[in-house]
Ligand binder design. Structure first.
Ligand code: GLN
Length: 454
């Protein structure tokens, strides 16, 4: 009730939610009954959960921020949602996002942008700005996001929250409306590292419904966070800093906050090691070929027949109906990426664009392999700037894309990444995040290091 009250009080200004559950209190009462009946519920049973609208739910619409899925009701729950329900979490509602998770500001949502609770004139990040804003504004204690190129970590950075992208295959993608299947991962957005670990423990682990789901048995991430909070984990920790990551392009306050965080780690016994990752900076270029290629294929299923919107064209052919539906149902950014992706995949261009991008992806993976032979984690600022103003970059896709320079390489390599708050920038008093990356399957290390710094 407290969270529903908070949503009623502030969400008209923030617009973190696209849909608020009308039966959250009934679900909460039911969990009380299950608890009273002795059903073994998890450690966070009864805690409300905000769910990014990219995750399908049977009891609330799932639009992925698009008109083409307006009012769409899924016949099944995403695995992460099903696991959250089974653990006794209470779904509060569905959060706003850039259409089909394409964007860094939520301004590409078909339902209007979300506002950053720190300054309502500024963006909350994207694509998962709704989840991060809901958590930052105390509308929800926990939220689920998805991260294809930074959509959990960059919103966490600009809202002063914690966001973690798991190792690829660590959390099920079943029921996460696909953007780019080789990059997408679902993960937690919370106010503390321990909260993220508690939620990750609920949603993670093998899922036979997802063919890319790892078979690993994972350690408890909450336990890792508690271990980190007890201290000592920074002693002797080798923290890699990428020498090619240009200082230029980073807001002064972001660089300063980053250096201060590194000094604080050094003071606690960490060793800062300069590493070389020469292909890191080509991540954005490779990503904006691989992502549109996969997205153009994934979005082909919105054909006016199987899902959502259909625009009738009297006397028209099936193709006329498809074209009219996709024209009315998709926004500009989605159309831009479908065209880019279709072009990159077309015969004659495939090797030059898609093929080259895949080679760059391999080089980035090798950079990470070499780096992690020398260091335990890599640290970067989570994004180049603090929250920019709504409208500032909406007409300049290149500027929008460059926001993802530090987050994208983790998705290309499949490694886990966390963003935790590292203070406020001196210029504007807005939150800044520091990102840590670890080798694949070492998500627990990020919880230990993150909690140690908190
Ligand atoms: N901002 C990136 C993009 O626009 C990341 C999106 C994401 O992680 N879903 O593609």
């Amino acid at each position: 009730q407290a969270h529903l009250d908070r949503i009623a009080a502030v969400d008209a200004d923030i617009h973190a939610f696209l849909h608020v559950s009308d039966h959250a209190l009934d679900v909460a009462a039911d969990i009380d009954r299950r608890r009273a009946a002795g059903e073994p519920l998890g450690p966070i049973a009864g805690v409300p959960l905000a769910i990014k609208d990219v995750l399908v739910t049977t009891d609330m619409p799932s639009t992925s921020g698009s008109r083409i899925l307006e009012n769409y009701l899924s016949p099944f729950d995403a695995t992460v949602v099903a696991r959250a329900r089974a653990a006794g979490l209470v779904p509060l509602g569905k959060t706003n996002m850039d259409e089909f998770a394409m964007g860094s500001s939520t301004e590409h949502s078909a339902y209007g942008p979300t506002h950053n609770p720190w300054d309502l004139d500024r963006i909350p990040g994207g694509s998962g700005g709704g989840s991060a804003a809901a958590v930052a504004a105390f509308e929800a204690p926990l939220a689920l996001g998805s991260d294809t190129g930074g959509s959990i970590r960059q919103p966490a950075h600009v809202t002063g929250t914690v966001g973690l992208k798991p190792t690829y295959g660590g959390v099920s993608r079943y029921g996460a409306i696909a953007l780019a299947s080789s990059l997408d991962q679902v993960g937690p957005v919370t106010r503390t590292v321990l909260d993220a670990g508690l939620l990750h423990d609920v949603i993670g682990g093998h899922d036979p419904h997802d063919s890319t789901s790892l078979l690993d048995v994972w350690p408890s991430f909450a336990a890792a966070a508690r271990e980190g909070a007890r201290g000592d984990v920074l002693k002797g920790l080798k923290v890699g800093v990428i020498k090619e990551l240009p200082d230029a392009g980073f807001q002064a306050g972001v660089s300063e906050s980053f250096r201060e965080a590194l000094s604080a780690m050094e003071a606690q016994g960490a060793e800062i090691v300069e590493i070389s990752a020469p292909h890191f900076e080509y991540g954005v270029a490779a990503y904006y070929l691989i992502l549109p290629a996969e997205a153009s294929s994934n979005l082909a299923k919105f054909d006016s027949v199987r899902f959502g919107l259909r625009v009738d064209v009297p006397g028209g052919t099936v193709e006329d109906v498809m074209a009219a539906t996709r024209d009315a149902g998709f926004g500009d950014e989605v159309k831009r990426r479908i065209i880019l992706g279709t072009y990159a995949l077309s015969a004659g261009y495939y090797d030059a664009y898609y093929g080259s991008a895949q080679k760059v992806r391999t080089l980035i993976q090798r950079d990470f392999d070499e780096a992690f032979a020398a260091v335990d984690v890599i640290a970067t600022p989570s994004a180049p700037t603090t929250a920019f103003r709504l409208g500032e970059k909406i007409d300049d896709p290149m500027q929008m894309y460059l926001n993802d320079v530090t987050t994208i390489p983790a998705n290309l390599a499949g490694v886990p990444g966390i963003s935790i708050p590292s203070g406020l920038a001196h210029e504007d008093g807005l939150p800044v995040g520091i990102q840590f990356l670890a080798p694949a399957r070492e998500d627990a290390r990020l919880y230990r290091v993150g909690a140690a710094l908190e």
